[in-house]
Design a protein around this ligand. Structure first.
Ligand SMILES: O=C(O)CCC(=O)C(=O)O
Length: 267
């Protein structure tokens, strides 16, 4: 039987990984939806673990971190956490891309985890990934204008066909893991239910940011002997008084990095 690590090394992704049962996933979802009713949409707000306690709680889930440790080694930073929510019957989609392209890091010791807080199906827009694509390194991306594309710059690798890819459905409470060079996409939600994912980006402590001195992360396992990043403070309560201001600052910083790299990374 293949281990998570050996499967990940071959395909560039691994799924499904059960993190919590369906009941616990539902209570995480209910916490999110309670907060949404109070503060509005949390879709695609970067560093959401600094504002929403349950996002951080899931980011340090033991099964998840054990798997990330298998892939990255013992010293792990949580760089980012983002809800990606497709409302029922919406055209929101994600173009073919590789996560690491726009993050400005010096290296690729990185793993993304995507946690399903609803079932994620082919009908409601689960991810599709191209097995083995992580071996090609960074591919050229175009910056595109499409208001339905969830990605900040509409970044897109052209010419990828669905025949090359595998659909990665998940049940609520399961996760997929993928590498930052793994090509992936997701299509619109054609169902009558919300599709709710929570994406985490983990990096090894020896990685550093090439575009700014201001970038931040949180040590979630092991020791940080490098201190390349400022520290993000994980939320212990939901949406304290400064939460929106903090999120706005963090989102601006990451978007500046995207924009700088977007200008130089045209095919
Ligand atoms: O949520 C989606 O549909 C896409 C997520 C994604 O691109 C990612 O997790 O890297």
């Amino acid at each position: 039987m293949r281990t998570i690590k050996s499967q990940f090394e071959v395909d560039g992704f691994y799924a499904p990984l059960r993190l919590v049962g369906a009941g616990e996933a539902l209570s995480y979802r209910q916490s999110l939806e309670t907060i949404e009713r109070e503060v509005g949409s949390l879709h695609y707000q970067f560093k959401i673990h600094t504002a929403v306690a349950m996002a951080y709680e899931l980011a340090i889930n033991k099964t998840l971190l054990d798997s990330v440790e298998d892939l990255l080694g013992p010293n792990i930073l949580l760089y980012n956490a983002t809800f990606i929510i497709k409302e029922p019957r919406s055209d929101a989609h994600v173009s073919w891309h590789q996560d690491l392209t726009y993050w400005g890091f010096n290296d690729d010791k990185q793993v993304s985890a995507w946690i399903a807080l609803s079932d994620a199906t082919n009908e409601n827009g689960c991810m599709h990934m191209v097995p083995g694509s992580h071996n090609s390194g960074q591919l050229p991306h175009s910056v595109t204008k499409d208001s339905n594309n969830v990605l900040y710059l509409g970044q897109k690798v052209e010419g990828i066909s669905d025949d090359q890819s595998r659909c990665v459905p998940l049940r609520a409470g399961e996760a997929s893991l993928h590498h930052g060079w793994t090509l992936h996409t997701s299509y619109p939600n054609k169902s009558n239910e919300r599709r709710i994912g929570l994406n985490f980006n983990y990096i090894s402590t020896n990685m550093f940011q090439t575009q700014t001195e201001e970038d931040s992360a949180t040590l979630v396992r092991g020791t940080d002997n490098y201190n390349h990043f400022k520290s993000d403070t994980p939320a212990t309560v939901d949406f304290d008084n400064d939460a929106w201001e903090r999120l706005t600052g963090a989102n601006e910083l990451i978007r500046q990095t995207y924009s700088k790299i977007g200008k130089t990374n045209q095919p």
